[in-house]
Design a protein around this ligand. Structure first.
Ligand code: 9WN
Length: 412
């Protein structure tokens, strides 16, 4: 198939414009009608390819959601919108703009650095404004979430990989039976077979109610929460983000000791994520057990600046078995579901992060393959939320912002 890159570029830009709600961009119209944290960071990176002013605006609106303790929430509910559950009333966070009570993978420093480096003259003042915001967010992570150098999550939604196999053990401790009646909205927009199951949702809500009943107090949640898992994806992403923040600090002539300390701590944590079965893995902090899940997040080691030969062997083996990049769960394992959300499908932005890391570490051929795979998926099927890594079947929401953004920045 010949790819008409100009036409697809125009479509990608149109998607970002259409998903603009005035200063912030929704992941996709209908299914996700608010500003999501890591979606917004990817989107800003995409916007920067054609409208740098709007890209910085996206970043500033994201930080209007930042809590006084530094946490940047996973959803900012700027305006009332129907069609998504749980909304601001359920989270019960007493601030405006309303937000959720949990965070999401901190790709922001990395995306912001890319935007800044694209036009430093224009970006300098924005970078100076945002720098302190990033520092406080990372400091919040280090103080509240880093245990033995690994980043703990308190809810699967924080990982950005909602129903990944990584959380099965930890979610087994959560009793979802008392959650009562509620109406999901996601399954009204997309095929329920491509979304988390009802028993997953019952537990997600139980954990939202738990956090709300703790008044979102980090200490209380750390002590009592039934779900606390060291997320290998979060550890890699925060480590990478700290490295980018360090570069920004040098550029702005800020002190760097604190960030250098964070990097050392997280590097030590990466070693603890090594499952003796031979791959990077998440760990249930309540039981101490590894999740036993080789996922796309396991392959973020290069993105975090960490070389590993065994991971390279796994990567080649897995890519030989599927057509379109890195699946969200190991296709060699029972339980691989090519169309169920984070239990098998391939996500364009995960391919992008993995490939960026691989290329930086000199694995240029495999990085180029991931890019080509992603390019084909988008060119042949459109800007979907995710795809089957086996057939390329598009799934989830369409006209998706981060898929458009990675087309403009990396895949296209
Ligand atoms: C819950 C918006 C978000 C992404 C996540 C993805 C999905 C939400 C949901 O959509 O999560 O946050 O309702 O399923 O898993 O990565 O940020 O695109």
């Amino acid at each position: 198939m010949t790819i008409n890159a100009d036409k697809i570029d125009r479509q990608a830009k149109r998607i970002l414009r259409n998903n603009d709600r005035g200063g912030y961009t929704v992941p996709t119209s209908g299914l996700y009608p608010y500003q999501w944290n890591w979606d917004s960071a990817f989107t800003a990176w995409g916007l920067a390819t054609f409208d740098i002013k709007r890209a910085w605006f996206e970043i500033h609106t994201l930080f209007t959601g930042q809590w006084d303790n530094g946490m940047v929430p996973h959803i900012i509910f700027h305006k009332r919108a129907d069609g998504y559950f749980p909304g601001p009333d359920v989270w019960g966070v007493p601030r405006v703009p309303h937000t959720s009570g949990i965070t999401q993978p901190p790709v922001a420093a990395t995306m912001i650095r890319a935007i800044y480096e694209q036009d430093k003259r224009y970006g300098r003042v924005h970078m100076e404004l945002v720098y302190g915001r990033l520092i406080s967010w990372h400091r919040w992570f280090m103080a509240n979430r880093v245990e033995d150098g690994m980043v703990a999550i308190t809810h699967p939604w924080e990982s950005g990989r909602d129903n990944a196999v990584d959380w099965d053990g930890g979610m087994g401790n959560v009793d979802g039976s008392g959650v009562g009646d509620y109406t999901r909205r996601d399954t009204a927009h997309v095929d329920p077979d491509m979304r988390p199951k009802k028993e997953d949702y019952d537990r997600y809500l139980t954990m939202v109610y738990y956090g709300r009943d703790c008044g979102w107090d980090e200490g209380q949640i750390r002590e009592g929460s039934p779900f606390r898992v060291a997320d290998v994806g979060m550890t890699f992403i925060l480590l990478r983000a700290c490295r980018d923040l360090l570069m920004i600090a040098h550029d702005l002539d800020h002190l760097t000791d604190e960030i250098e300390g964070w990097i050392r701590t997280l590097e030590a944590g990466v070693a603890r994520h090594w499952n003796p079965d031979g791959f990077y893995d998440s760990i249930d902090l309540r039981s101490g057990d590894f999740s036993g899940s080789l996922s796309s997040a396991s392959f973020l080691n290069w993105y975090a600046g960490i070389e590993n030969d065994q991971m390279a062997i796994h990567l080649h083996d897995i890519l030989d078995r599927v057509e379109f990049g890195v699946p969200s769960f190991d296709p060699r394992r029972e339980g691989f579901e090519p169309l169920r959300y984070w239990r098998g499908p391939v996500w364009g932005m995960m391919n992008a992060l993995i490939a960026i890391g691989l290329e930086e570490q000199g694995h240029v051929q495999i990085a180029a393959k991931l890019r080509k795979d992603t390019q084909r998926l988008i060119a042949e099927h459109g800007f979907f939320e995710y795809f089957s890594p086996v057939e390329g079947t598009p799934a989830g929401g369409g006209a998706f912002s981060w898929t458009a953004a990675i087309w403009l920045t990396w895949a296209g």
